[in-house]
Design a binder for this molecule. Structure first.
Ligand SMILES: [Zn+2]
Ligand SMILES: [Zn+2]
Length: 256
């Protein structure tokens, strides 16, 4: 299995996964040109895309889907509530034949996808666990918190792509209106650096190789501040591959 985060942050999110039997994108909030250019930095040419999984219907996660689907006949998997909202807000660009409403578990090729209900101020938001050939990857973003009862589902993954959105001090100092600060910090907002670290510390296991931190706020976070907090809380930090994703360029290509 291999993957790369093509874009991450409030201006657009997109991650590409390739398993031995499936090519999967999680979210597409960037232009098709950017998708192609950033995959090219890893010498990947996008062909035979099987599926696009949608975490939720916010623009930074879905804006690129119509142009992606105009080039690739991929199946789209999303919650029916998210689709309902998307359909009202903008043209979803999803042909009815490519539309799949998802419940708990489903397969793409031999890749098992488990959905996780996250907590966010959208119609419905999901995280995903991808498993194939004993390799497990957890992809969680845009959630105000994660209940402990979900920890067994996400524990001991080979790799985590995990939201670490804001530093509370930088957020409070920012010029954002107070209601927005409250929204971000609330239960239906985003995970702070500390919240992400406290969860990861519990679920990282023996086979975990690394974490890519995603959806860092450009205004209210820096990789530098996030790293200080993560190091302080995650005792496994030094022994793992830890990477901070970018808004404007692709992350490393991770091959498992
Ligand atoms: Zn987002
Ligand atoms: Zn969102």
């Amino acid at each position: 299995m291999k993957f790369t985060v093509l874009a991450s942050g409030s201006k657009g999110n997109c991650t590409y996964y390739e398993t031995p039997t499936a090519k999967i994108m999680i979210d597409c909030g960037i232009s098709y040109r950017q998708v192609v250019q950033r995959l090219a930095t890893h010498e990947i040419v996008l062909t035979d895309l099987d599926a696009v999984l949608v975490t939720h219907e916010h623009a930074d996660h879905v804006n690129g889907i119509p142009s992606l689907l105009s080039k690739h006949d991929a199946q789209v998997y999303l919650s029916s509530k998210a689709y309902g909202k998307m359909h009202v807000n903008q043209k979803s660009g999803i042909d009815i034949n490519n539309l799949n409403f998802i419940s708990e578990e489903f397969m793409i090729g031999n890749c098992k996808i488990t959905t996780i209900k996250t907590s966010h101020d959208s119609a419905e938001s999901l995280g995903f666990v991808l498993e194939e050939d004993g390799v497990k990857i957890v992809h969680i973003t845009d959630t105000g918190y994660l209940p402990q009862k979900l920890y067994p589902t996400i524990e001991n993954a080979d790799y985590y792509l995990f939201e670490s959105n804001y530093d509370p001090e930088l957020l409070l100092e920012s010029r954002r209106p107070f209601f927005l600060k409250q929204r971000i910090m609330g239960n239906q907002g985003h995970l702070s650096n500390e919240q992400a670290a406290l969860i990861l510390k519990e679920v990282i296991g023996k086979k975990t190789r690394g974490v890519i931190f995603i959806h860092l706020s450009e205004e209210c976070n820096t990789a530098f501040d996030a790293k200080i907090k993560h190091k302080e809380i995650i005792e496994q930090f030094e022994s793992l591959e830890m990477e901070y994703s970018f808004q404007h360029k692709a992350s490393s290509l991770i091959i498992l």
